[in-house]
Design a protein around this ligand. Sequence first.
Ligand code: DC
Length: 231
Amino acid sequence: MKKITIAIDGHSSCGKSTMAKSLAKTLNYIYVDTGAMYRAVTLYALRAGLMDAETKHINAEGLKAQMDKVDITFTHDEAGRMLTVLGGEIVEQEIREMTVSNCVSPIAALPFVREHLVALQQKMGLEGGIVMDGRDIGTVVFPNADLKVFVTASAEVRAQRRLLELQGKGDTTTTFADVLKNVEERDYIDSHREVSPLRKADDALLLDNSNLTIPQQNELLLKWAMDCINA
Ligand code: DC
C-alpha cells in the first residue's frame, strides 16, 4: 500500500490531535503534533528567562541565539501515548498548562522559530507515511501533501472541550470564560500573524466537527485517507 503524507490543520482545541493520532495508529503511520513543538520552545523560553509570562515580553535576540540548543524529540509511554521531550526531559504535562498556552502564540509568530521548526518537520516527513497536525502543514510544511484536511468547530464548543480536558487533569480553578478567552485570543493571533497565518489551503478538505462525535470524525477522516491511498 502506498505511504502518503497527510496534513491536518485547523483552529486550536478542535480535536485535530485526537483525530490525527487515531488515523496514524490505524494506518500505522508516524504522528507528529507540531503544536507540541511550539509549546516546547515556549517552555524553554520561559524557563530560560527569555520570556516574561506576565507581560509576554520576549527576548527574541536571546532566544534566537539559543535556538540550536532547543532539543525537541518525542517518545511514548507504555500505552503508546506520545510524549514531548525537551532536552531529554519529558515535558508533556508542562506544555499543556495554561502558562504555556497563554504564551505560545507570540512565540509561534517569531519567524526564526518557525523556520527552525518547519525545517525539523520537513525532515521528519521525508519518507512519507506521516500524519502531521498543526496550523501551516498543508500551506507551508508540506504544500504537496497527498491529503490536506482543515478542521474547525465553534469557539464555544472548543472551549468546552479544552475545559473538560483541563478538569480531567485535576485543574479546578480555570473557568469556561478563561478558556474561551484563550481560544479566541489564539484564533486571532494565529490567523493574523505575518508569518504563515492559519488559513485553509485551497485544496484542503473542510471538516467541521462541532456536531460530530469522535468516532464519527475518525471514520470520516479514515475514509478520506483510504480514498487517497487507493486513488
Ligand atoms: O495545537 P496547539 O494548540 O497545541 O498549538 C499551540 C500553538 O502553536 C498555537 O497557538 C498555534 C501554534 N502553532 C503554529 O503556529 N503552527 C503549527 N504548525 C502548530 C501550532
